[in-house]
Design a protein around this ligand. Structure first.
Ligand code: FES
Length: 361
């Protein structure tokens, strides 16, 4: 997820949730007066622990469009699942050990199960194929709790733009927009009609506010064509492939009054990268990393088993230790302490031109 202005907390709560805003404001105002003395009295208070993962079972596995399956995950004992907000994702730990993020596309009011939809990517890293072929009904898996890096702020007017499977975080947003009585529109684009999941569900929300648009029928839309659906002064939420996001961003530059919130699939194009050298292990091979490729991509040519998930520097799955060299950190996850300790996220972080980075891989 990314925003035209970075979110205050990538994994934080929705910025526009009024209740949370008031709680935060109260905390900001009174914590200095109340909290510090308490903290001083308890200097050895342990740092907060990571929340334990969930152990869920697959209760539904069905095709909802060409190459797209929908899964429903539930607690085996029927307990309600942790709450979430539109835009949230969960991280699945697949049987192979791969970890993958998927947006929640069900109804946040439904605490009995999480719904996700996954597009099969035969030439991807293997995670989507594993979900399709191995997570049948009855399969059990570990799931990290919902996080939200693409929060829906509930502006008065919103335009939701989805490219293909990018509909998943936007479907709950459309439902929420309807519930809040917002002025909303949703445009769902894809190669052809058979590749668009949840079309009936979307139309059922409000057919007059939903536009389904296929490249086959209408051609690939320009950013301006997509933005033409926006109600006056609307905030734009966009989830789709990189070219779609780039087109919307460029077109939006001519309309600076609108906010843009977006989530992209996979890696962002590398900005301002320089070529450098990578060594895998203290005695390992030297690899050239060109300016337009990530260290992780290059390393995976020799070590395809290297783990990754978001490819955007926020999940931490690809974390490695730097053995030598000066890294250029570009992630949104590691603390200064982590970086000083030698951690690096090679899906986004790199090194200066001519530098050699030695990673403990
Ligand atoms: S793959 Fe998520 S931080 Fe690198």
């Amino acid at each position: 997820m990314d925003l035209t202005t970075p979110p205050p907390d990538l994994y934080g709560r929705p910025g526009a949730d009024r209740f949370m805003r008031r709680v935060t404001a109260f905390g900001d105002r009174y914590t200095p007066a109340l909290g510090r003395p308490l903290l001083r009295r308890n200097p050895r208070r342990p740092p907060s622990r990571p929340t334990p993962p969930l152990h869920l079972v697959v209760t539904t596995h069905r095709a909802v469009a060409t190459d797209i399956v929908e899964l429903r995950l539930a607690d085996p004992g029927g307990d309600p699942l942790p709450a979430w907000q539109p835009g949230a994702h969960i991280r699945l730990v697949l049987p192979s050990g791969r970890e993958r993020h998927y947006s929640l596309c069900g109804d946040p009011a439904d605490r009995a199960g999480y719904r996700i939809a996954v597009r099969r990517l035969p030439n991807g890293g293997g995670g989507s194929v594993e979900v399709h072929d191995e997570l049948h009904v009855g399969a059990r898996l570990t799931v990290r709790r919902p996080r939200n890096g693409f929060a829906f702020c509930g502006e008065r007017a919103v335009l939701l733009l989805a490219g293909g499977i990018g509909i998943t975080p936007l479907l709950p947003m459309a439902r929420e927009a309807r519930r809040l009585g917002l002025d909303w529109r949703l445009v769902h684009t894809g190669r052809s009609a058979d590749t668009l999941p949840f079309t009936e569900e979307l139309r059922a929300l409000d057919p007059s506010r939903v536009e389904l648009r296929t490249d086959q029928e209408h051609g690939v839309p320009t950013g301006a064509e997509l933005l033409a659906h926006a109600p006056a002064g609307a905030a734009v939420y966009c989830c789709g492939p990189a070219p779609m996001l780039a087109a919307v961003r460029d077109a939006l530059a001519a309309q600076p009054a609108r906010a843009l919130h977006f989530e992209r699939f996979g890696a962002a194009p590398i900005q301002g990268g320089h070529p450098f050298t990578l060594r895998l292990g203290a005695q390992g091979p030297l690899l050239d990393v060109p300016a337009d490729r990530s260290a992780l991509d290059v390393a995976r040519e020799l070590r395809p088993d290297l783990p990754y998930s978001c490819h955007q520097g926020f999940c931490g799955t690809c974390k490695v230790r730097v053995l030598a060299g000066t890294p250029e950190h570009r992630d949104r996850r590691l603390t200064e302490q982590d970086r000083t300790a030698g951690d690096l996220l090679p899906c986004v972080s790199r090194a200066a031109e001519g530098e050699t980075l030695v990673l403990d891989i």
